[in-house]
Unconditional design. Structure first.
Ligand code: SF4
Ligand code: FES
Length: 327
């Protein structure tokens, strides 16, 4: 099936979603995704950050779709034409989505462990507006201790459901979920019980914000001062392939290896994640590949500006001259 995204055509198998097709082309056209997670079944469809504009439905029925669609949940049709970064209207709509996601999110990046690898931070910087129009009181919650390894800051949660899917699909013992609706929705307090499982630590890796944090790493170091290294050990519960985060000779934390979309390559067990913090526990493979856009490779926001310039050039090449005049 042929689909054209931001003027770039690609052939994809039937059943591919627009988001997957865009990722096949590359970051230049791939929309951001806060709730979709390749390895978690039925993820996606909650956050709306991945919206795109379908300007031509298909060769058989060229009618444009009347409103933006969630690209992670919409399958490609043959001959479909899609706009993402090349549509000023769409970018304006996404700004609105970001504003909604940030309505209740505290501005505590300076003390949040996720800062520097937070998808919401990047989303806000790349697609958001500098101001909020929200004047009401933000939601407040007490922090919840989830056993000795994990802490939940419900105030930072954006209701992406990824942790619920992890508990459902990776552990065999889901005892938490989203309770209530609308702005009363919250991750249920039964989340404490999820610790009974060997794979519960993966909720930290999939959480796109700083809502679920690793208590063994909390407040130890800003991530951009640590050095990520690929390592492995023999483990009978998981693949044992991890990323170690060093400060000097000390391993400050252990996480799953992430791919270019920030998703775990392999889910790892709690033993590897929390109980092996000595360098000698691991066979070191070498430095982790870190995108030069990442703050971990320093000065991320300058690089993001470069990325924006690249997108603008791409848009101009396609004839979208008005884009850089947007407010
Ligand atoms: S705690 Fe994190 S992973 Fe779970 S729903 Fe909230 S933002 Fe998503
Ligand atoms: S990534 Fe598509 S709706 Fe969240």
């Amino acid at each position: 099936m042929k689909v054209t995204i931001d003027g770039i055509e690609i052939d994809v198998p039937k059943g591919t979603t627009i988001l997957q097709a865009a990722r096949m082309i590359g970051p230049k056209v791939a929309p951001p995704a806060m709730c979709y997670y390749t390895k978690l079944k039925t993820s996606g469809g909650y956050c709306r950050t991945c919206i795109v504009k379908v300007t031509k439905g298909s060769t058989a029925n060229p009618t444009p779709m009347p409103k933006p669609v969630a690209s992670c949940r919409t399958e490609v049709m043959d001959g479909m034409e899609v706009q993402n970064f090349t549509s000023p209207d769409l970018l304006e709509a996404r700004k609105g989505v970001v504003e909604f996601l940030l309505i209740n999110h505290p501005l505590d990046c300076p003390v949040c462990d996720q800062a520097g690898e937070c998808h919401l931070q990047d989303l806000g910087y790349n697609n958001g507006s500098v101001k909020t129009r929200y004047e009401f009181k933000r939601r407040e919650f007490d922090m919840i201790d989830i056993g000795k390894y994990i802490k939940l800051h419900m105030t930072r949660c954006i209701m992406c459901f990824r942790c619920v899917k992890v508990a459902d699909q990776i552990t065999n013992n889901r005892v938490h979920g989203v309770m209530h609706r609308g702005d009363a929705a919250e991750i249920s307090t039964y989340i404490e019980n999820v610790i009974e499982n060997d794979f519960s630590g993966n909720v930290i890796d999939v959480c796109p914000v700083g809502a679920l944090t690793d208590k063994t790493f909390r407040f130890k170091q800003r991530v951009w001062f640590t050095k990520p290294v690929e390592a492995h050990r023999k483990c009978d519960k998981c693949s044992g392939k991890v990323r170690l985060w060093f400060k000097g000779e000390d391993v400050l934390r252990v996480t799953a290896r992430k791919d270019q979309w920030g998703e775990a390559e392999d889910f790892i067990c709690n033993d590897c994640r929390f109980e092996h913090k000595r360098k000698s526990d691991w066979v070191i493979e070498g430095p982790s590949p870190i995108s030069h856009h990442s703050v971990i490779s320093q000065n991320q926001y300058e690089h993001l500006n470069e990325k924006e310039v690249e997108i603008l050039k791409h848009q101009k090449a396609l004839g979208f001259m008005n884009y850089d005049k947007r407010p």
